[in-house]
Design a protein around this ligand. Sequence first.
Ligand code: FES
Length: 130
Amino acid sequence: LGLITILEACTSQKYINNYVLNNNTLTVRKSEFTAVNKKTPTELPFVMLKPEQSPFPIALYKDGDSNYNALFMQCTHQGCELNPYELMIVCPCHGAEFNTKGEVTQGPAEINLKSFITTHDHENIYIQLS
Ligand code: FES
């Protein structure tokens, strides 16, 4: 619990409402990863999306300069909604942990998170929902 409290204090989640859903593809502008804090632009490690038809949010993580990981925030153990942080994803129900690629790093979950295929160009990230 102490670790989770510290993690929560360190990372806030930014939910994006400014996305386009077209033919099951979510389009997110790369500029959404830039937050302006006290007039200083900061790059966020991840942003959150909650499409209307999706029962759980999607965490979109930046993975280096050239890759993005779009992860479904439902635990693969017994289905709880996950808490994403900068460096890891934690299940509040039984303590499973995943890295920001969605791979299990601590049980009781045994299956990696559901992820979505992403592509990007110079301006946008495209998430294939199915
Ligand atoms: Fe996530 Fe059990 S539901 S660890």
